[in-house]
Design a protein. Sequence first.
Length: 90
Amino acid sequence: MTKQYQDDDGRVICDMNVEGMSWYNQNVSKVSDYRRSRVKATQSKAGSVMTRKETARYTFYAVLAGLTIVGVFAIVWILMWLFSVFVWLK
């Protein structure tokens, strides 16, 4: 007999009926109709290809983010060098 909890509303957060596990039950339907439709919608969006303009934009912003990080490290390195030359080692 399964335990009944007060806050249990019957929803499945993560289906643990996984093929290959010792507790796998073939008689239990894997996914409800609602979840099946959501999975199809997600899969169709995941397979979409970016346009050339979107690819260029993502590439530009990725390079810009990298250059920003390099710039911050360069400024810190220069300030550390200036501090050591003019204050610390003077």
